[in-house]
Design a protein around this ligand. Structure first.
Ligand SMILES: Cc1cc2nc3c(=O)[nH]c(=O)nc-3n(C[C@H](O)[C@H](O)[C@H](O)COP(=O)(O)OP(=O)(O)OC[C@H]3O[C@@H](n4cnc5c(N)ncnc54)[C@H](O)[C@@H]3O)c2cc1C
Length: 405
């Protein structure tokens, strides 16, 4: 088994994130699973602590809002040295937080996927202007999910503003966030390269939150439908390059940073399930022995060891994808590999843990059944399992999106 140590400079961040997950998230995890759509007030104080850590530089990359690339991203590391930066620290702290509760992490003010989008592609001026805002990310529409190139929400330049029209669905934190990063097309006839992302602040006339979804899980997290009707946003709110030719690569670059974060969520949830199952197995008299072949041990211990190795692969792929982002190495392939592996491993592991724990795993006394429900979303949003596999196949085979669909 490869066992990479957490870089020493992040050890304290990881310890604090774990402590917060254990002391803030876990005790209220079931409460907000049952009280769907109720905002977890307990998070306000905790979010203020994370803000303080980030402001002091101590907790840079403490949550989803931290991931960013240095200038010259995708150009390759210029100084020849290696960095462990905000992408790696973000995935490490997210793993710990999601060991606590993923729905609560997704409800943390200022740690939205829109914040990662802003951190990934915004200019320095935009970073400063949107600092402190909680941003959701709105890509999905009633007629477009996996195929984000099929977006129909339009953005038309009118003087100093873009005018946005369309409908966005399944927007995580779409109700509670201060702003939404909306993907829209400048010209529907130009396909994927005309798609851009725009920061739309709440309160902008023409932006309406229509309602929230009832869901299988991550019920602490609000999932909203938004309408944009002649919604005028300042032209400086377009993230990245406004030229159509430079288009889709710009918005897609967001995924290179956000997919490792979602993979990290999956790694965290799976580890929670593994640890709980290990305790339950120990209570039942099943010991796991790392010095003996799995096939000579109790069947439950052998199953556990198989799950742990699956988890380890997901963990390492996630660290690699984030580390590459920190070092300005192109990581689209590795980000999709991490997301595909971690999403699937999390679904498999959490369900198998329910199975191994039997009726105890299925009941609500433990959180195992909740984690098995939570896991599924990690294999859906930010690109489903099938879409990640498609991207990996395209990149390995050197095929374009029109050649391999
Ligand atoms: C709780 C929740 C939160 C979400 N949060 C957000 C958010 O914050 N922002 C946002 O923009 N979206 C969000 N989403 C939407 C999510 O990203 C989409 O659901 C996802 O991209 C899939 O799109 P779809 O649901 O339209 O499914 P479809 O694209 O219709 O896919 C249906 C099935 O077909 C498969 N499939 C599709 N195309 C192919 C292909 N070419 N080859 C093989 N299989 C294929 C898919 O993998 C899937 O299994 C959220 C969804 C949920 C459930």
């Amino acid at each position: 088994m490869i066992n990479l140590e957490v870089p020493r400079k992040f050890a304290e961040l990881v310890r604090l994130a774990h402590q917060a997950a254990a002391e803030v998230f876990r005790p209220i995890s079931r409460k907000y699973d049952l009280a769907e759509h109720t905002y977890p007030r307990e998070l306000d104080m905790f979010a203020a602590v994370v803000d303080g850590m980030q402001a002091s530089g101590e907790g840079s990359g403490a949550g989803a809002g931290g991931a960013r690339r240095a200038a010259g991203a995708h150009a390759g590391s210029s100084d020849g040295g290696v960095r462990n930066g905000t992408n790696l620290s973000s995935v490490l702290s997210i793993m710990e937080m999601c060991w606590g509760d993923i729905g609560l992490l997704l409800s943390m003010p200022r740690q939205g996927l829109g914040n990662s989008a802003i951190a990934s592609v915004a200019t320095a001026e935009q970073q400063a202007r949107f600092a402190g805002k909680w941003a959701a990310m709105a890509i999905t529409e009633p007629g477009c999910g996996s195929d984000s190139a099929a977006i129909t929400t339009t953005a038309r330049l009118d003087g100093d503003h873009y005018v946005l029209n369309g409908e966005k669905i399944f927007v995580t934190a779409g109700e509670r966030a201060d702003a939404v990063v909306v993907w829209a097309t400048l010209d529907r006839s130009r396909g994927r390269e005309a798609i851009k992302s725009f920061v739309v602040e709440k309160g902008t006339p023409g932006l309406t939150v229509v309602g929230c979804e009832h869901k299988l899980c991550i019920r602490a997290s609000d999932t909203a439908t938004l309408y944009l009707s002649d919604c005028r946003v300042p032209r400086e709110n377009l993230l990245g390059n406004p030229e159509i030719e430079q288009g889709f690569a710009g918005v897609m670059q967001t995924f290179d940073n956000t997919r490792p974060l979602v993979a990290a969520m999956a790694v965290g949830v799976a580890r929670a399930a593994l640890e709980a199952t290990r305790s339950l197995l120990a209570e039942a008299g099943v010991q796991i022995d790392y010095d003996r072949p799995a096939n000579t041990q109790h069947a439950a211990a052998a199953a556990y060891l198989a799950m742990e190795s699956d988890w380890e692969a997901a963990y390492l792929l996630t660290l690699r994808a984030a580390w590459m982002a920190d070092n300005n190495r192109p990581n689209s392939l590795q980000a999709s590999m991490a997301k595909a592996k971690a999403g699937r491993a999390c679904v498999d592991i959490t369900l198998r843990c329910v199975e191994l724990a039997g009726s105890v795993g299925y009941g609500e006394r433990e959180l195992l059944e909740k984690w098995a429900r939570d896991a599924k979303i990690l294999d859906i949003f930010e690109g489903t399992q099938q879409i990640q596999q498609l991207i990996v196949a395209r990149r390995l085979l050197g095929k374009s999106s029109t050649e391999l669909k």
